[in-house]
Design a protein around this ligand. Structure first.
Ligand code: 13P
Ligand code: SF4
Length: 302
């Protein structure tokens, strides 16, 4: 074990802390984590841990959601500038306007969103549970924020509902083009293409499997196939290779890297654990309101 890893293990014991890490952070960060997973899994872990301190190795909306669901815990972010640009890509004024236009509107908020946007929403979803949850809603009219690509994917499976789209997107997934995927498939004709629903419709049309990061990992692990082209952030390769040392994984595009997730380092984890800096604070007013769609998600996803 390296010196940094040893120090982190000591600090976990001293502070009664757990480390949660999203699949997109650096391999060495995933290695020191107690729990690694997708956004849905990590939000559930945050509600069940009995640790006093949660160190969240991910982006702001993840730490914020953990704090909203667990107001009595201390949540620390190794880098507080690690933010997801898509989390800000919706406008509360438009939500209010649409609520006036459609009486039965459900505002469905992808968990990749700020606490403020969650306050204007009826239910949260993640890529792992969006389909199941939206299907359960009695509402016909759905305003899905902020991600347009995930919304279009779900809308395609539910013609009975009327979706209103918002123009938010993830720059990492949107940068993968259908041409790149076609080339990758041509170069590796035996490989299956596994893709995250934050990718564009044109890319999703080329998929053998569409799902969250956990879904992609599970699919590849259970599959008899030996080669896969991966259409998501390449941090997932760590877990894919751990679970499937006999299989080969290729990238679909060239820049499948989330610069914000990659801001998390072992040194920054140690720093916040030693100093208590970068604690997540959410005002009680925002917490109470933003908690409603998050709790509703956990309930409907069961
Ligand atoms: P999931 O964790 O739901 O797969 O979403 C990926 C993502 O973009 C998180 O930032
Ligand atoms: Fe946001 Fe995309 Fe990075 Fe996920 S991968 S945190 S959606 S920018």
């Amino acid at each position: 074990m390296s010196e940094l890893q040893t120090r982190i293990q000591q600090l976990k014991k001293e502070k009664n802390a757990v480390i949660l890490a999203h699949y997109y952070v650096h391999d060495e960060v995933q290695k020191v984590a107690d729990y690694i997973g997708d956004s849905y899994y990590l939000s559930k872990v945050a509600t069940t841990t009995d640790a006093d301190v949660i160190v969240f190795c991910g982006v702001s909306f993840m730490g914020e959601s953990a704090k909203i669901l667990n107001p009595d815990k201390t949540v620390l972010m190794p880098d507080e500038t690690a933010d997801c640009p898509m989390a800000h890509m919706a406008d509360p004024d438009r939500i209010e306007q649409l609520r006036k236009e459609y009486e039965d509107l459900a505002v469905v908020c992808y968990i990749n969103s700020t606490a403020e946007l969650k306050c204007y929403s009826d239910v949260c979803v993640t890529s792992a549970n969006a389909m199941k949850i939206v299907r359960k809603l009695p509402n016909k009219n759905i305003f899905f924020i902020p991600d347009e690509n995930l919304a279009r994917y779900i809308a395609g499976k539910m013609p009975e509902k009327n979706f209103i789209f918002n123009d938010g997107f993830c720059h990492v997934h949107a940068s993968i083009t259908a041409d790149q995927v076609r080339q990758a498939k041509k170069a590796k004709p035996n490989a299956e293409f596994l893709v995250h629903p934050e990718c564009t419709t044109q890319v999703l049309e080329l998929a053998d499997y569409i799902g969250s990061t956990s879904g992609i990992i599970d699919y590849a692990t259970k599959s008899d196939k030996k080669e896969f082209i991966i259409g998501t952030e390449l941090g997932v390769l760590y877990e894919l290779k751990e679970k499937n040392p006999d299989k080969t994984f290729y990238s679909a595009g060239s820049v499948q890297c989330c610069p914000n997730m990659k801001k998390i380092t072992l040194e920054k984890i140690i720093h916040v654990m030693e100093t208590g800096e970068n604690e997540v604070h959410v005002s009680e007013k925002v917490r109470e309101r933003a908690n409603l769609p998050l709790e509703r998600m956990l309930e409907l996803a069961k």
